[in-house]
Structures are given as structure tokens and as C-alpha cells.
Design a protein around this ligand. Structure first.
Ligand SMILES: Nc1nc2c(ncn2[C@@H]2O[C@H](COP(=O)(O)OP(=O)(O)O)[C@@H](O)[C@H]2O)c(=O)[nH]1
Ligand SMILES: [Mg+2]
Length: 369
């Protein structure tokens, strides 16, 4: 699947740049293009400047500095109302014909991205009616989630993007940070790597790959598009395969290698279930997608089937699609998508806290007698 990624605000722009790195990896490892172009839209020239080092797959679009002092979601929306058409005019629309979907990215807590994303998403929906418009939203850290402006911005951002985008991938920054900090000091770059990595296998496996990578049932772009709707969580899990297991595998020693492969596939699946981008219950997902990646041609058909069956159980017979892919060398990995999620604690919580946050913001604005 080929994306055009559009990051708005600081967080969105950083993630748009990270998608370029992901795409470079996909080209190097699998020989496919999963990114048509990334755009970073922000009002901070220094940040945009710093991002240019990722190369010409990223185009930066500078917004004028905001007119008023307000750094709330509405100010961001206003900025995009005033500049959205100019942003679109800057983009290379000629490349959009080879694009399978647009992915707009922002944090919900800030201003530029939080307010701007839904305004821009609507413009894309109106202009490119037959292409899906997806959103990727990063929710605030726990330490930030008591700041009234962050709560208010998040609620506003979620309410409006829910009405606009075809599907919304939600990432809980706190969860992402705890994952990233296990591996290294959790910088923004580390967080953003955690955020884009789950898309790696999915995007490349759905492209026209070398036949040696093809699994027993391939996942197509149509499968992805049909699986995505409304609130969406993505999870990715990996299990290293021992060199002993791999050598058995190469010898085609079916009986034993099957054993280790299947165990590893299930281990990767458990890890994916434990690492969803936002806390959710599979039974609340009406749609789901899985992708199993294992090395080599000898993997057995039952492995993908087991993952699929487990997904159907977990979703109470939800609409499940999936497939497998052999483009990995030394591990098994499972990518899971839970989509059309009917209930999310986090979303409900932000909606409920929004009115209190408005109250607190007003009190701050009005000087007390
Ligand atoms: N994961 C991640 N979160 C970020 C990044 N930059 C900022 N954030 C988060 O985004 C929120 C602030 O929004 P920001 O993107 O700076 O606002 P904007 O520039 O006005 O759109 C806070 O919750 C930050 O924790 C980033 O590069 N990665
Ligand atoms: Mg900013």
C-alpha cells in the first residue's frame, strides 16, 4: 500500500519524517515503495528545517505564525482554514494517482495539529472522493492529561476527526513511551519509531513483492481498506527464531521446524495483543486484520489459519481478514488491527472531562475579583 503522509504540527511533522525512514527501510529490505511522499506542515521554521535532513521524500510547508496568543485547538483550526488551500496547492497532486490512501498525522493535545487535522482531512475527502483518508492521532502523556487545555484540545480534536476521517489510528503516547523506554532513552525519535513500526510489514506485504516473499494467502490493499473504519488500534509483536530453529527450517525438516515456527507465531501474536497502540478490548472491534510474517517458503499453512481463528474468537466473530508474508529473516512477527471499535475508555474519558476543562480554562481567563 502506498501512502501520502501529511503531518501537522510538531508531533505530526516528526512522525511524517519517521514514515520516510520507514519507507527507506522497506525499499532496502523488500524493494517496494510504500510512501509516495511525506509532508510536514508546521508554524515552526526551526523544526521544519531540522526535518529536511531525512531527504527529498519529505516536503515541508511553513504556516505563518498564529495571529493571536491562543494555543488552543480552535486557533489551529483557524490557521488551517486560512492556509489549507495553499497547503494543498503546494502538494504534488500529480503523484496522488498512484496513492492508495492519505494518512494525516497529529497530536491531539497541541494547537496546530489538533485543530488543523480535521479541517485538512475534510479538504482531502472533498477533493479526492475515491481515496481513503486516514488519521493517526497521538494522545497526551499521563503527566499532561491533567492540563485543562490538553484535555479540552484532545476532546475537540477527537470529536471532529471522528466525523471526518475514514479511520482513526489512536496512539496512547504513554503506552508508546513505556515501550520505547524499554529499548533506549525515550526521545521523541524513539517514540515515533514505535509509532510507525507497526505499519512496516503491513504496507510492504500489500505491495507487489518478489514472489519469494509471498505467503500462502496474501494480504491486498483491498483487505486493508475494507478492514479500516472508525476508531482503530494497531498492535505489533515479534518473536526471535533461534538459529537452531532456522537451520532446521532450511533443511526442510518439516516436522520439527513446524513446531518452533508455530510456537513463535503464537508468541508474536500474544505480544501484538499486549502492545496495541491504545488500550482496547478485541470484542469491541467489529473489524479486524492480521498479518503473520515468518521466514521461508516452508512455513505451514496452519499457522496463519490459527492466528485468524484466534482473531475470530476474540472479536466474537467480527469481520476478520488476514494473510501471511515471508519477507522476514530471523523472526516471526504478527501485526494486528482492531477497527470499528465501538467503545474506548480513553475516548469516553476525554469527552467526559472536556466540560470541566472548559470551566477551568474560563476561570483562568477571567481575573478573579
Ligand atoms: N509521540 C510524539 N509525541 C509528541 C511529539 N512532539 C510532541 N508530542 C506530543 O504532542 C503534544 C503536543 O503537541 P504538539 O504536536 O507539540 O502541538 P502542535 O505543534 O501545536 O500541533 C504533547 O502531548 C506531546 O507529548 C513527537 O515527536 N512524538
Ligand atoms: Mg507546535
Amino acid at each position: 500500500m502506498k501512502l501520502v503522509v501529511i503531518g501537522i504540527g510538531d508531533c505530526g511533522s516528526n512522525i511524517a519524517a519517521e514514515f520516510v525512514r520507514l519507507a527507506n527501510r522497506a525499499r532496502a529490505e523488500t524493494g517496494v515503495d510504500v510512501l509516495v511522499r511525506s509532508y510536514a506542515i508546521n508554524d515552526d521554521p526551526a523544526q521544519l528545517n531540522a526535518l529536511r535532513k531525512v531527504g527529498d521524500k519529505l516536503i515541508t510547508i511553513q504556516l505563518p505564525a498564529p495571529a493571536g496568543p491562543g494555543r488552543e485547538s480552535e486557533a489551529g483550526a483557524e490557521m488551517m482554514r486560512a492556509n489549507g488551500d495553499r497547503c494543498l496547492a503546494t502538494m504534488r497532486a500529480g503523484e496522488f494517482f498512484e496513492t492508495d490512501a492519505f494518512m494525516l498525522v497529529a497530536s491531539s493535545a497541541g494547537c496546530v495539529g489538533s485543530g488543523g487535522i480535521s479541517i485538512l482531512a475534510r479538504k482531502f475527502k472533498e477533493r479526492y472522493v475515491n481515496k481513503p483518508v486516514y488519521a493517526l492521532i497521538v494522545l497526551p502523556l499521563t503527566a499532561e492529561s491533567n492540563v485543562p487545555a490538553y484535555v479540552y484540545n484532545t476532546a475537540l480534536c477527537l470529536k471532529s476527526i471522528d466525523k471526518t476521517a475514514d479511520a482513526i489510528f489512536l496512539f496512547d503516547n504513554e503506552k508508546v513511551m513505556s515501550e520505547a523506554s524499554i529499548k533506549s532513552a525515550a526521545s521523541n525519535d524513539a517514540l515515533n519509531r514505535e509509532i510507525v513500526t507497526p505499519f512496516f510489514d503491513l504496507l510492504r506485504a500489500s505491495e507487489k513483492v518478489d514472489p519469494k516473499f509471498l505467503g500462502t494467502s496474501n494480504i491486498g490493499i483491498g483487505d486493508i481498506v475494507q478492514s479500516l473504519n472508525g476508531w482503530t488500534a494497531i498492535g505489533y509483536g515479534k518473536a526471535q527464531i533461534s538459529s537452531y530453529g532456522l537451520s532446521l527450517f532450511k533443511r526442510g525438516d518439516h516436522f520439527e521446524s513446524k513446531g518452533e515456527e508455530t510456537v513463535k507465531a503464537m508468541e508474536a501474536m500474544s505480544s501484538a495483543l499486549a502492545h496495541f497502540s491504545i488500550q482496547c478490548r478485541m470484542e469491541d472491534a467489529r473489524k479486524a486484520l492480521y498479518l503473520l510474517c515468518v521466514p521461508g517458503k516452508n512455513a505451514n499453512i496452519n499457522m496463519a489459519r490459527s492466528v485468524g481463528n484466534r482473531m475470530r474468537e476474540l472479536t466474537n466473530n467480527g469481520e476478520v481478514r488476514g494473510g501471511d508474508f515471508y519477507g522476514v529473516k530471523d523472526h516471526a512477527s504478527v501485526t494486528l488491527i482492531a477497527s470499528r471499535i465501538t467503545y474506548l475508555d480513553k475516548v469516553k474519558d476525554y469527552y467526559e472531562r472536556a466540560s470541566k476543562a472548559v470551566e477551568e480554562l474560563r476561570q483562568k481567563e477571567t481575573p478573579q475579583p
